[in-house]
Write a protein of this length. Structure first.
Length: 91
């Protein structure tokens, strides 16, 4: 299943995709096109960022539900990203 969401750059308006698990409050990344740094926050004044955060939250929820349902072996093997910054305990 697709675990990335589309993000629209505030400055150049180009769209790129980012993993939903990364898009949490405090996350920042550079736009691949114009290299401006975008800061992700659910209270952002930027509507693009806000809607990306909302979609990311929804995707993370779907991913959690999917994992709980059929736990494919490949997912349980992908351990390294998991305990680094834990996802979404507040949601
Ligand atoms: Zn850009």
């Amino acid at each position: 299943m697709d675990d990335s969401v589309q993000v629209k750059c505030t400055r150049c308006k180009s769209a790129f995709r980012e993993r939903a698990r990364r898009l949490q409050n405090g996350y920042s990344r550079q736009c691949p096109t114009c290299e401006v740094v975008l800061f992700f926050d659910e209270d952002s004044s930027d509507a693009n960022i806000k809607s990306a955060m909302r979609r990311a939250r929804r995707v993370r929820k779907e991913l959690r539900e999917a994992e709980a349902e059929f736990r494919p072996r490949m997912i349980s093997r992908r351990g390294s990203a998991r305990h680094a910054t834990d996802d979404d305990s507040a949601a």
